[in-house]
Design a protein around this ligand. Structure first.
Ligand code: GAP
Length: 432
């Protein structure tokens, strides 16, 4: 993980937030390559979800009416048990340590405070009055923005059950123990979809969504042996769920949840109906029925999924062999922040002229880079490190044969391609 964190900083993927001020614990900024990679990931999720007839999208606000969080159960139930070591003052989640054993940080015995429940929601004030009536929360999950809009979406879109609502957005949790880079942070992005179904059909719907979501991760290039199912037993179910399973990824620090798939029953709609006084029933005009739908939720953290993608793609090849050693990000080409690099072999104006024209043509279609600095070997290594699938070298032969050398990131095989065919060649390679 430390190699990956270093590469992320050196190569402009991820920087520590407010670094010049010493950083802000658990907050990270996406750099130029990080934001491209994350946008590619989010776009793939958005397309996979909304290029279906039965799913539409929303983008709800982060600040919501405070009663939403009373109704959802987050005010009373969204807390973690917290203890402090009285000696070194380190704070722990009580469910993450064995309190009969010495403090994992300083080794002192019998020195824990009593366990307190710590609510994970961030509070802030809305408007000029700083009293309790103006208190609002930063949303701890995007899901509630979907539940409160269920009828707005269903009626305006004239949707019949089953149908889903998808959303990508920021969520905030005042985690007691954030860490492991972007795995657990206090500000993060979620990609969530709530699928509304007729009660009684939730089991088959959950099975269908499990398959769809598993496939999506494989289609992003994650190795099958690095992901596994982790079903929740009755003791670890969230307060709203009657069944749940996670997709875990084997991160460098061990297996960890990447996505949760929950059967949320009609808990949320029922709660909002009760607290708002508004009827949330779905009206099935064909069968002349009215009821609260059940919900299957798929919820994946964009940042956590990004971390899995980066861990999975990161390879150190031919370690110890100075000539051949390289670190390479073997991203799925659809996710790569940069798709091609145009590399003129020298700075001679004849070569630059051809290369600039090529860059303008290709760069207008695929996010590309133009690099003339350093030996060609070094330039290949730089592109390998950021996961660029193809490097296109313009050399002196190009002036005669009107062809370029295209190097494949993974195989390092080089092919001579006529300039006139490069666009078609790339179109074929980037079919996604
Ligand atoms: N709406 C359901 C929900 O929020 P969750 O299991 O608490 O369920 C879903 O969160 C996903 O959000 C997780 O699988 C994870 O990918 C991501 N996530 C949750 N807390 C996070 C945190 N503190 N930092 C980064 N990602 C987080």
């Amino acid at each position: 993980m430390s190699d990956l964190v270093a590469l992320c900083k050196q190569r402009g993927f991820i920087f520590q937030s407010s670094e010049i001020y010493g950083g802000l614990n658990s907050c990270w900024d996406m750099g130029p390559y990080g934001v491209e990679l994350k946008n590619n990931l989010k776009n793939r999720w958005w397309k996979a979800m909304t290029l279906r007839q039965d799913v539409v999208g929303v983008d709800a606000s982060i600040l919501m009416h405070p009663t939403v969080w009373k109704a959802s159960g987050h005010v009373d139930g969204f807390s973690d048990p917290m203890v402090d070591c009285k000696v070194c003052k380190e704070r722990f989640r009580a469910d993450n340590i064995d309190m009969t054993k010495p403090c994992p940080k300083c080794g002192s015995k019998d020195s824990y405070t009593d366990v307190r429940q710590f609510n994970l929601m961030f509070k802030t004030q809305m408007g000029a009055m700083e009293d309790t009536s103006s208190m609002v929360y930063l949303r701890p999950e995007t899901a509630q923005g979907i539940f409160v809009n269920f009828l707005n979406v269903q009626t305006t879109m004239r949707k019949k059950l089953p149908f889903g609502i998808a959303q990508i957005g920021k969520a905030f949790r005042n985690e007691i123990t954030p860490g492991n880079f972007i795995f657990r942070t206090r500000e993060f992005e979620q990609m969530e979809m709530q699928y509304f179904v007729k009660p009684g059909t939730q089991k088959e719907s959950m099975e269908a969504w499990k398959e769809i979501r598993w496939k999506w991760h494989l289609e992003n290039g994650l190795r099958a042996e690095k992901i596994k199912w982790a079903p929740h037993g009755p003791d670890s179910l969230a307060h709203y769920a009657d069944a749940a399973t996670d997709i875990e990824y084997e991160f460098p620090m061990g297996w960890g949840e990447m996505e949760g798939i929950h059967s949320r029953t009609d808990f949320d709609l029922k709660q909002h109906q009760e607290y708002s006084g508004k009827n949330m029933n779905y009206v099935d005009q064909v069968n002349n029925e009215k009821y609260l739908p059940y919900v299957i939720e798929t919820s994946v953290g964009a940042d956590r999924c990004l971390l899995a993608i980066m861990c999975d793609a990161y390879r150190l090849e031919n370690e110890g062999d100075a000539d051949k050693e390289r670190s390479v990000m073997k991203f799925h080409p659809a996710l790569s922040p940069i798709k091609t690099a145009i590399l003129p072999l020298s700075k001679k104006s004849e070569l630059e002229e051809v290369s600039t024209k090529l860059f303008e043509d290709i760069g207008g279609v695929y996010k590309s880079e133009y690099d003339v600095a350093g030996t060609i070997g070094k330039r290949y290594r730089r592109q390998d490190e950021i996961g660029t699938p193809f490097c296109i070298t313009v050399d002196f032969d190009t002036l005669n044969d009107h062809a370029v050398t295209v190097r494949d990131r993974d195989t390092m095989v080089q092919e001579r391609i006529a300039i006139a065919n490069v666009q078609n060649y790339l179109k074929d390679k980037f079919k996604f």
